[in-house]
Write a protein that binds this ligand. Structure first.
Ligand code: ZN
Length: 90
């Protein structure tokens, strides 16, 4: 799980709740409750059909789509604004 989370994480190595919300929005979902963790089921609402569902952020970011309408949002690309992605050897 940690390995999956790393590309999206900030300097602390974790996805902050603020970033998690932004990532979910990009994926086409609106959070309905506080973010608990990368691999923890999270209640979100599909911005396309309005259906509420429990998903993991990890599933959303790695190809998950709405269980109701099948829509998957914008392909979420890795966040590249953090120092964590800077290669230590180049
Ligand atoms: Zn939907």
């Amino acid at each position: 799980m940690t390995q999956l989370e790393t590309p999206f994480a900030d300097e602390s190595g974790r996805v902050s709740s603020r970033r998690a919300i932004a990532l979910a929005r990009t994926a086409g979902f609106k959070p309905l409750e506080a973010y608990q963790g990368f691999g923890t089921p999270w209640t979100v609402r599909c911005s396309s059909c309005g259906s509420a569902q429990r998903v993991r952020l990890s599933d959303l970011l790695y190809g998950g789509s709405c269980i109701s309408c099948g829509k998957s949002g914008e392909r979420v690309t890795f966040v590249v604004d953090g120092p964590s992605i800077v290669c230590g050897s180049c």
